[in-house]
Each structure stands twice: as C-alpha cells, then as structure tokens.
Design a binder for this molecule. Structure first.
Ligand code: NAP
Length: 458
C-alpha cells in the first residue's frame, strides 16, 4: 500500500510520509473504539463538557502551532489558520453552553399517559474529511457527535495526516478517553470496506460530489445513515440597487478565503447589466492590490494545495477562455516554485462554459452578466449544486424575499458573503449533499430520538 504523503505546497517538498494502516489495524481500532464508546455513552454530560472545555484551552494554547501545521501541509495563510482555530474554540464553547438544553428529555403531553422523548447516541461515527479546513471540518463533525455520546473515527484527507494526528492528540490531552477519537491513516479508495464493518453506525463525508455519492451508495446498501457535505458553485446575485463597493468587498472576501478552495466560495458572481461595468471595474481594481505569497507572511492568498489542483484550475480557466470568457487578470502559471496560482478574473462568463457549469476550486472570479433581476435569479439557480447563495440589494425586504423563496440553496445570505457559524445549520441540497452540521440540527443527525410512553394506569 502506498504511504500517505504530505507535501508542502509552497515549495513542493515532501514533509512526511505516513504508512497506511493495515486492515487488521483499522479493524482493531474499530473494536477498541466501540468498547470505549460503550463506556463513554454512560458518562454524564457534565464530564463530557469538562473534556470539551479542556479541549478548547488546548486549542488556544497551540493556536500558532496548529496554524503553522496547516500552512505547511496545505498552504493556508497563517492568519487564516489562526482564525480557523479560533472558530473551533467558538464551536466548543457553543456546545459547552447549549448541549444540556439540546440533549435534555422533552415531556410530551398525550393525555393521561406519561410520555417523553430522549436523545441517545447511536455508536461509532466515521468522518471522511477534506484537507481544505483541516481542523474546522473535523471539529464540526466530531464535537456534537462526541458530546451526544458517540465515538468518532477520522479518515482525514491523505495530505493532512499531520493535522489528523495533532487533533487526535489534542482530544487525548483534553481528557477524552483513549480510543474515543482516532485518526485512521487510509486512502479514500479503502473507505468503502470499513463502512461495511458492523460496528460503524453512520458515516459523514465532507468532500467532492463523486466521493459523496460513493459513500452514500455503500452506506445505503448497509442502511447506515449519512450526512453529505459536498461541492458547491455558490451564486452571488448583485442587483441594480446594490451598494457596489460593499458587494465587491463581500464577493472578494467570499472568494479569496483559503485561496478560493472552499465549498462555500463565491464561485459565480451574477451582476445585472445596468451596473455590470462599474462592478467589473471596481472588483478588478481591488483584486490588483491583493498579495499572493508565502503563507507564513501577511498575504491574501497562499499556494494552492498541490500542483495537480493548480493544473486542474488552470485547465478550467483556459477552456473557459476558449469557450468565450474574457481574461482580465491572472490565468497563468507563475515561474516560481510551489503550487501558486494568481488571482484570476474572468468576465462574460455564461452557461455552457466550464467557469459557469463546474465548480472551480481555486482563486478564480467568474463574472456573469444578467439582463435583469429575473434573469440573474434564473442564472443563479442554473446549477446542479445548492450549497450557499447570496443576494446584494439595498431593498432589504426584497433581499429577504429572494433569499426565502427564489434562490435554491441550503443557506442564503443577504448583503454578506456565505459563512459557517456554530449557531446556524450548515449544509446543502441537490448535488451539494444532504443533512446538516452545526447548531442543534447538526447535533441531532447522529442520535436516536427515542419515544418513551408509559401507561401507568392500572
Ligand atoms: P475529495 O477528493 O472528495 O476528498 C475528500 C475526502 O474524501 C478525503 O478524505 C478523501 O480521501 C476522501 N475520498 C476520496 N474519494 C473517496 C471515495 N471514493 N470514497 C470515500 N472517500 C473518498 O475532495 P477534495 O478534492 O479533497 O475537496 C474538495 C471538495 O470538497 C470540493 O468539491 C469542495 O466543494 C468539497 N467541500 C465541501 C464542503 C461542504 O461542507 N459542503 C466543505 C469543504 C469541501 P483521500 O484524500 O485519501 O483521497
């Protein structure tokens, strides 16, 4: 079996190679983790939340170390890495403050009989996670799951095994029992066989749509519940009455974070004709001041995750240009070491071009011209995905109406870029997947919502 290799994308050099775990080793981990979960589910919530408090302290103490690890393994700019860890801390605090309320029994009055609903864990949850937010994605799936009394196995992306093991150590140091959270070093192609293991109760995957379909197919045959957080091609609709400067800044923030490698990135900017030229001029000017460079410096974008990922994005850009898009910035491979790709601006993007039809996972701005509001919304919905969406207008009630009823997505923001927040459910529809993470809704995905009715009349 090929080892899993971490390559520093800034310099293209191998950092470390991780031997894959054998089948026997993974099966033993599953046995040990199941046993551990059996004890864990009987612990009281206070104890679980104490572990969680310690975990957030560890995150705070090691913020810089973890941010450096992310910069090294996948090229995330250091300051964004620190923000990612801060967000994980916020998530821990959110569940420390709210889990008791969400997990408490609920009495239901059904006339005469004692009846209530209790929330119970379902067992060991397998989380298949991507490299792009190597801490956040893992915390997002594992914290609510563990606090509800489940165990968690992490199959992290092959290139961020260092992050996977660092998270495992943090859980251990925080006082979580030894086998409750384990990182298993296996490649994506080996996931299916472990889903079939009877001790795996459910699976959650964050990744590409093809990987999600594969996981859903195998899990479906086993009747195991899945949550799928998959790709996206989020549309941002900019209407005639939008504050152009504000919408430009939101679109930029929503696109360059993580060097454009985010599922909820602003991937299609759909601008109505009457303000199109002003918007284009403004965004081009702002983008020209952005800095690409070493993720350890104060930069706006670092390298992409790998040379292969850069090649794929470059090909999508080149094909879109051949298909008729206009290149206004970037669009070339720089003659420097590493997987750097400059901020790229494409205008006159239309359906039928790759920049419209496919997800571009890199720092590429695709600007689409719409005749008017109705046309803009039609274009926004013209995608197989349905993760996030945004609309920009100074008419707030119109914005709310569009967000509520007209944009087809799991999340819709008015006058802001789409972001995740522990307090709000996160997830998509259609090819972006199903199920929700975060908030009370995420906590309820991997639990048995059990009805108990007691007829206490003789
Ligand atoms: P990916 O190739 O699908 O990898 C994600 C994870 O799935 C990795 O751990 C990978 O393992 C594993 N995997 C790959 N093929 C698999 C298979 N057939 N069966 C089971 N597991 C498999 O995705 P990526 O390219 O790293 O990440 C980018 C994609 O993720 C984008 O489409 C992005 O939009 C999406 N994403 C979605 C969200 C969301 O919340 N909706 C968040 C972040 C990213 P290996 O690394 O070993 O191949």
């Amino acid at each position: 079996m090929m080892p899993l290799i971490s390559i520093n994308p800034s310099i293209g050099k191998e950092i470390k190679s991780y031997p894959q775990f054998s089948e026997e080793k993974v099966n033993q981990i599953i046995i040990d983790s199941s046993k551990c979960q059996n004890h864990w589910k009987k612990t009281n919530l206070e104890f679980r939340l104490d572990c969680l408090k310690h975990l957030s302290e560890i995150l705070n103490d090691k913020k810089r170390e973890y941010a450096s690890l992310m910069a090294e393994e996948m090229g995330k700019p250091l300051k964004q890495g620190k923000s990612e860890i801060e967000k994980c801390i916020f998530l821990c605090e959110y569940y420390v403050n709210n889990a008791a309320l969400y997990l408490q029994d609920k009495i239901i009055d059904i006339e005469g009989q004692k009846s209530f609903v209790i929330i119970q864990p379902i067992g060991l949850i397998l989380g298949v996670m991507p490299w792009n937010f190597p801490f956040w994605q893992v915390f997002r799936f594992s914290i609510p799951t563990l606090i509800a009394g489940n165990g968690a196995l992490l199959k992290h992306a092959s290139n961020v095994q260092g992050c996977g093991f660092a998270i495992e150590s943090a859980f251990l140091d925080a006082g979580f029992p030894k086998n409750l959270f384990k990182n298993i070093s296996i490649s994506g192609s080996r996931v299916s066989s472990f889903i079939k293991n009877a001790s795996i109760s459910a699976v959650t995957i964050t990744g590409s749509t093809p990987a999600g379909k594969s996981v859903a197919q195998v899990s479906g045959m086993e009747l195991k519940k899945t949550v799928l957080e998959l790709g996206g091609s989020d549309p941002y609709v900019i209407l005639e009455d939008a504050d152009i400067e504000r919408s430009i800044q939101a679109c930029i923030e929503g696109r360059i974070l993580n060097t454009g490698q985010s599922c909820i990135s602003a991937k299609r900017l759909i601008v109505v004709d009457s303000i199109y030229d002003n918007f284009l001029q403004g965004i081009k000017k702002s983008l020209m001041s952005k800095i690409m460079g070493d993720p350890n410096d104060d930069v706006d974008i670092g390298p992409m995750v790998s040379l292969e990922a850069r090649e794929e994005v470059h090909e999508q850009v080149q094909k879109s240009i051949i298909q008729g898009a206009t290149l206004l910035l970037g669009g070339f491979i720089p003659e420097i070491p590493g997987a750097f790709y400059p901020i790229t601006l494409l205008s006159e993007v239309e359906p039928g071009m790759l920049a419209f039809d496919e997800e571009i996972f890199g720092p590429v701005f695709s600007i689409v011209r719409a005749k008017d509001e109705n046309h803009a919304i039609k274009l926004a919905n013209q995608t197989p995905f349905g993760l996030g969406a945004a609309v920009f207008t100074e008419n707030i009630s119109k914005g709310e109406e569009i967000a509520r009823h007209r944009l087809n997505s799991g999340m819709c923001f008015v006058n802001d870029f789409v972001k995740s927040d522990p307090r709000l459910p996160f997830g998509g529809i259609r090819e972006s997947g199903y199920g929700r993470e975060l908030s009370i809704y995420g906590l309820m995905e991997f639990v048995n919502i059990k009805t108990v009715v007691i007829n206490d009349k003789n």
